[in-house]
Write a new protein. Sequence first.
Length: 56
Amino acid sequence: MHHKASSRTGFFLLRIPGKLLGFQLGYIRQAANCKILLLVLILYSLNIQEYWVARI
């Protein structure tokens, strides 16, 4: 079942033009980088809050 689904996904990806696929991969990579940066900022702000709470 799982193998059939993965092969269907592969077939679908092969049908997409290389240029569009490359653009989408670049966009996904950029979005992932933004999410990582956002996550780091959130963790950083949480650490600052914990630090101030610990000091008070």
